[in-house]
Write a protein that binds this ligand. Structure first.
Ligand code: AQP
Length: 333
């Protein structure tokens, strides 16, 4: 049975990188795979990076991440959606994979190198992050993983772990493939410093639940093509993050107008940014209204998550039984 799995960290407010790079794909694949599309808020991952983790905020952020996904169109009655820590089989399988994975493989992960560089003391959990991610995916024997491009290396490692397990214990797990959203592989941060990411803080992100005034304050001062020093200088919209954002939010005629206007200096950067805000308003205002309705009924959200965890465990438990038997653990009577 083909199955989809993906997770999203409650390390901060969901941003347009998460939305276009992952969340919209969850909705699309959910329509195709129904309950076999399995998504979770990965709170176990969120505690591995001390720079982005605040215990006082974690449960609130987990709830908000669920709200954001439901508001973005994910229907919990049609897909399987839950909170990772409510399905303990994730860390059980993770431990089995830990025993199979060479430390050297983990140390060469780019995301580990980037994040550990910024820390004085590096928690082992940060190193083990991709092993837990492999367990998340393979616990459901998922073969399709909708993610952004930043996760490519982790998915490759997941395939390797599946191969290692199958080799050691017999054919058990599929080798999953990543699926990417076209035009949203790696959405740049609004500060112009690399990929938009939650753990980089609010200067990097445009939150999908963020008030539009606050979004405008960041867009207004966002860097554009450095070649456009004066209003009369022509620019290259392909070298401008506002140009990238237009491709996500604007309709085709607007994109054509903006791209031609930038290249000929027919429009200035401020006009270009104002036109972007129209598209953002169109996309985000209804989403934010749905989120407000959901927040007003927290029991509805919590019930949906708990039901999702039950559905996830119904798939995960037999897989874990199979793993325990193959690994050779003495079965409890
Ligand atoms: N900028 C992005 N462009 C496209 N896709 C992205 N994703 C994340 N950022 C972008 C995809 O969103 C899904 C959830 O990933 P995450 O929860 O790890 O999101 P994050 O913002 O990257 O969170 P972090 O790890 O707290 O932030 P950083 O990156 O700063 O370390 C994934 O499918 C991801 O690919």
């Amino acid at each position: 049975m083909p199955r989809v799995f993906s997770g999203i960290q409650p390390t901060g407010d969901p941003h347009i990188g998460n939305y276009f790079g992952a969340m919209k794909n969850y909705v699309r694949l959910g329509e195709e795979y129904g309950k076999n599309s399995i998504y979770c808020v990965v709170d176990l991952h969120a505690i591995t990076n001390p720079a982005a983790y605040d215990p006082a905020q974690l449960s609130k952020r987990t709830f908000e991440m669920a709200v954001a996904n439901f508001a973005a169109g994910l229907d919990p009655s049609k897909v399987t959606f839950f909170v990772q820590s409510q399905v303990p089989e994730h860390h059980e399988l993770s431990w089995v994979f830990t025993a199979l994975t060479p430390v050297g493989e983990l140390e060469r992960m780019t995301q580990y190198k980037d994040k550990s560089e910024q820390l004085e003391s590096v928690p082992a959990g940060l190193l083990m992050y991709p092993v837990l991610m492999a367990a998340d995916i393979l616990l459901y024997k998922a073969d399709t993983v909708p993610v952004g491009e930043d996760q490519t290396q982790h998915i490759e490692l997941t395939r390797e772990i599946a191969r290692k397990f199958n080799h050691a214990y017999g054919e058990t797990f599929p080798e999953p493939k990543a699926v990417y959203a076209k035009d949203a592989l790696r959405i740049p941060g609004v500060d112009g410093h690399g990929k938009m990411g939650k753990s980089k803080g609010e200067t990097s992100t445009l939150g999908i639940l963020e008030p539009l005034d606050s979004i405008w304050q960041k867009v207004r001062v966002a860097p554009t093509d450095p070649a456009r020093v004066r209003r009369t200088d022509p620019g290259d919209p392909d070298k401008c993050l506002i140009g990238d954002y237009h491709k996500l939010f604007s309709d085709l005629p607007t994109i054509e107008t903006v791209y031609a206007g930038c290249r000929t200096a027919g429009i200035g950067c401020v006009d270009c940014k104002k036109m972007l805000m129209e598209g953002m308003r169109r996309e985000l205002e209804p989403l934010q209204a749905r989120a407000a309705d959901l927040r007003a009924d927290p029991d509805l959200v919590r019930d949906a998550l708990e039901q999702g965890a039950k559905e996830a465990r119904a798939i995960a438990q037999p897989v874990m039984e199979e793993v325990r038997e193959k690994v050779g653990f003495l079965k409890s009577r």
